[in-house]
Design a protein around this ligand. Sequence first.
Ligand code: GLU
Length: 308
Amino acid sequence: MQCIPSDTLQEFVEKARPFSRKGTVPHYIPALAKAEQTDLSVALYTKEGCVSAGDVSKRFTLQSVSKIITLALAIDDLGRTKVFEKVGMEPTGDPFNSIAKLENQTPSKPLNPMINAGALTVTHLIQGMNNEEKLERILQLVRKMANNDRITVNEYVAKSEFETANLNRSLCYFLKEHKVIDGDIEELLNLYTNQCAIELNCIDLAHIGYVLANDGINPYNGEIILSKDITRIVTTFMVTCGMYNESGEFAIKVGIPAKSGVSGAVLSSIPEKMGIGVYGPALNEKGNSIAGVRLLQSLSNQLQLNIF
Ligand code: GLU
């Protein structure tokens, strides 16, 4: 399906764009620091079709948005009981890459799958003979949800993160010490950095959101991609933990299930209504797209999307 540029949506983009100057692109993953600070694009899928604004040809990596994909896949593989034996369901209030709660809590189990410790644990649960097969399964799910077979990994970004992922390495060693995970840590980091480097555009992202909004079914061909139960779990985590330690404020001000990534991606899903994909690489101090959050806030107000 074609995504039609919308003048009305473009006005929302132009109003939000100036906020990008107040944010910063992330520097801890060198490849992401090359992003264009003032980029801002959006796409929106509803039953009427797809509309977009901004430069939708700009591609970006999923980063933390991939955490909802791997969570869905792990639950599908092992069932929710096994997955939640290893990772909790509670928001932390800490930054996404914090190690603090692993040290303070007994047993040392990551509090939720949206923080890095939890996401690394979930990636460790993905089934497959080897990393290649596991990554292919993650990619297949992304492609189905985005309705785009061409989606692949940006290897430059994956390598850039792998080489500098010392904090994530320490989280893994901590998790291994406490028997939350086992096996080869470099292998796990390799898979994790590849899943984070899956590259798409905001139209693909909006379609993923729309599938979630439609109970895990592709609205255009009726294919069941995720069960209703898995979709509900994923969407609930988006509300409680999807915007890092800004999730509470985002729920009050914007009121829609959303998951952000440090690339500036924000995936939103409004149950039974729409999927929204936003890309704006300048981040606020919590790691969320600064202009993207503004844009979602004004869209939510204007279109009365708040689910609460
Ligand atoms: N690849 C990133 C990391 O592990 C993902 C974090 C994010 O997008 O919040 O640091």
